[in-house]
Design a protein around this ligand. Structure first.
Ligand SMILES: Nc1nc2c(ncn2[C@@H]2O[C@H](COP(=O)(O)OP(=O)(O)OP(=O)(O)O)[C@@H](O)[C@H]2O)c(=O)[nH]1
Ligand SMILES: [Mg+2]
Length: 629
């Protein structure tokens, strides 16, 4: 577990860490010279009943609040240090605001330098400290008076830290691995080393990791937690990882070490933010802000779905950042104004992989979105519409342990494709389109038996996966059915109008009257109009006409007579050339060849060189030459 200090400059944070751990966390020469903390310091603290916890010492100087945010991100307990002689000062408030924005689950106040004041004064400062918690509607913290100089109160403080750390939320080990890098350096003979707090999951030594946003693959050579080599890095401990295959420049502070390939860096996200009333009133979509998340800090701008200003209340916004960063659903971040520099608010990541799209209508309330993975999944699914979301993205995108994914999906009612998930509304939308396309087709082609499946799918203009789901659902509901390559309303039968019936009778009549030499489809179209092809298919389905060539239908009676004649006139086994067949059948070459090809297809005749041979009814070739051999 990790404790992070917080508090105004010179209030005794580093001295307190030294008094508790024996470690001087101010390691930089400049820190020694100026007597202030500039960058994060680290020390292991052994606590009774808890074991070793990591302590991150942060600077109090107002110029280094950005480092304080890095130090405070992902800690389990915030140790707010207030010097008893000075009381609450600007960075006491700002650091507390940051601990609150990051929803650090536990806060303990150390009222240090107690050796410099008397009891009465101490009581006043204690009341002043509690008042700033009250102002922010925060649960009142334990306040422990102590002195790093005399050691007074330190045993009480240790006890209080143990007590607080032994209850409350714990990190899940069975989660995706992530470690934001807060320091990177090279050690001669070892190479690149990164340090940080493992936020979630586990990492084995000799594993392959990815460093984001650089997207560098690297191998973990060695892992140390609290200064000791370990085979597995576990969540919630200060960790140093020696990495092979990555340059120091690629793992700056703000990088993130991950193992699961579903982590991506992003620069467009949707979030619920709240901003101070005073700052929010002047905020526009052009205002450049600094966004602090984990150990990363990037420039950011906010666009709100609501037209009103963002002041004083929470709103769903789209955040665009000027550099990629790694985020997870449900995670907290801090927003600061660059000039004059100050913390103005913060937010919760709702969808780290948002797109530049109009902000969707909100489903669920803001509070639920911030605190519940189920609400975020519902929101993200809804916002993704017919594009859907990748199921494998859920642990990172929504922010839940992989083991929870199945349950969340069940609860969301989402439809599962091969890779993607779709909101019920997206599926319903596609179903509505299916209905519309089929209905339109029925009107346009009343004689058709259904919509060709390909035409339907093209008309849907969505992913195959989603089209499959909608069609399958509608088939299961018995609303539509497949009919060969066609899809139609269940039980659909073509319903010719009186006009269609009359027109089809004309066609049938013309074809019948022409006997062996019927008009082509083209001729019929010019005679009766563009509905002819559909009417012909209708007559064909009724068995009244037969398609002999692409462009020509025959009356079925006439065709029957023609094939009978062929069968009775030809001597089985004998080869007839077309000229002979024309004499037998008595019609011109233009009709003869397509008719013979039709007979070949039907197995009545078979082609032999230039000529034809008659087959018997069973389709066995009556070939005398073969029969006799
Ligand atoms: N009398 C007294 N002096 C203290 C105590 N704790 C710290 N100091 C002194 O206060 C000064 C500041 O202490 P630091 O621990 O460096 O303060 P800090 O909060 O770490 O300062 P920054 O990191 O720069 O924000 C030093 O001169 C310390 O010796 C204490 O308990 N009693
Ligand atoms: Mg310090």
């Amino acid at each position: 577990m990790i404790i992070g200090t917080a508090g105004h400059i010179d209030h005794g944070k580093t001295a307190l860490v030294k008094a508790l751990t024996g470690v001087d966390a101010d390691r930089l020469p400049e820190e020694k010279r100026r007597g202030i903390t500039i960058d994060l310091g680290f020390a292991p603290l052994s606590l009774e009943g808890i074991g070793t916890v990591g302590v991150i010492d942060v600077p109090g100087h107002e110029d280094f609040v950005r480092s304080m945010v890095v130090g405070a991100s992902g800690i389990d307990l915030g140790l707010l240090v207030v010097a008893a002689d000075e009381g609450v000062m600007p960075q006491t408030r700002e650091h507390l605001q940051i601990l609150n924005l990051l929803r650090i689950p536990r806060i303990v106040v150390a009222l240090t330098k107690s050796d410099l004041v008397d009891e009465e004064w101490l009581g006043l400062v204690r009341a002043e400290v509690l008042a700033i918690f009250e102002e922010s509607n925060l649960r009142l913290p334990p306040v422990v008076a102590c002195s790093s100089r005399t050691g007074a109160g330190l045993p009480d403080l240790r006890r209080m830290l143990s007590e607080r750390l032994s209850s409350g939320p714990r990190r899940a080990g069975d989660d995706v691995f992530r470690m934001p890098v807060d320091r990177a350096f090279t050690i001669r003979g070892t190479g690149t080393v990164v340090t940080g707090t493992v936020w979630s999951g586990e990492l084995a030594a000799d594993a392959t990791v990815v460093v984001l946003p650089a997207r560098r693959k690297a191998r973990t050579r060695r892992i140390e937690q609290h200064g000791e080599t370990t085979a597995v890095a576990r969540a919630g401990a200060r960790t140093a990882i020696a990495l092979a295959g990555v340059e120091l420049t690629e793992v700056k502070r703000g990088s993130v070490v991950v193992t699961n390939d579903r982590w991506q860096s992003t620069s467009v996200l949707e979030a619920v933010v709240s901003i101070d009333a005073a700052a929010g009133a002047h905020l526009t979509p052009r205002t450049q802000l600094r966004l602090h998340a984990g150990a990363a800090e990037v420039g950011a701008r906010l666009v709100s779905a609501q037209r009103e200003s963002l002041s004083g209340w929470a709103a769903l916004v789209r955040v665009t950042t000027d550099a990629p960063l790694v985020l997870r659903g449900g995670e907290r971040f801090v927003l600061r104004l660059p000039a004059p520099v100050r913390t103005i608010g913060g937010g919760v990541v709702i969808d780290p992989y948002a797109r530049r799209r109009p902000l969707p209508q909100l489903v669920g309330n803001l509070e639920a979105l911030c605190t519940s993975a189920a609400s975020r999944l519902e929101y993200i699914l809804h916002a993704a519409g017919t594009r859907g979301i990748r199921e494998s993205d859920i642990p990172v995108r929504v922010g839940c342990a992989p083991a929870q994914v199945h349950d969340l999906i069940e609860r969301s009612g989402a439809y599962r494709g091969v890779h993607n998930l779709f909101a019920p509304v997206a599926v319903e939308q596609v179903m509505a389109t299916v209905r519309r396309i089929i209905a339109e087709y029925e009107i346009k082609s009343p004689l058709a038996l259904g919509v060709p499946a390909r035409t339907l799918r093209e008309g849907l203009r969505v992913d195959e996966e989603l089209a499959d789901i909608a069609i399958r659902e509608m088939e299961q509901d018995g609303e539509i059915e497949s009919y060969g390559p066609l899809i139609r309303r269940s039980g659909w039968a073509p319903s010719p109008s009186a006009h269609d019936l009359e027109a089809s009778n004309h066609l049938a009549h013309d074809i019948c009257a022409a006997e062996q030499e019927p008009p082509s489809v083209g001729e019929l179209v010019s005679r009766y109009g563009s509905s002819v092809p559909a009417l012909l298919r209708f007559l064909e389905r009724q068995g009244r006409i037969v398609q002999v060539e692409t462009d020509r239908y025959y009356d079925s009676g006439a065709l029957e007579a023609m094939t009978s004649k062929l069968k009775s006139e030809l001597v089985p086994g004998k080869v007839y050339v077309p000229a002979q067949l024309r004499d037998v059948l008595g019609f011109s070459r233009k009709y003869l060849i397509p008719f013979l090809e039709y007979c070949d297809r039907k197995g009545i005749t078979e082609r032999r060189g230039d000529g034809r041979v008659l087959r018997d009814t069973a389709g066995v070739l009556l070939d005398s030459s073969r029969a006799h051999s």
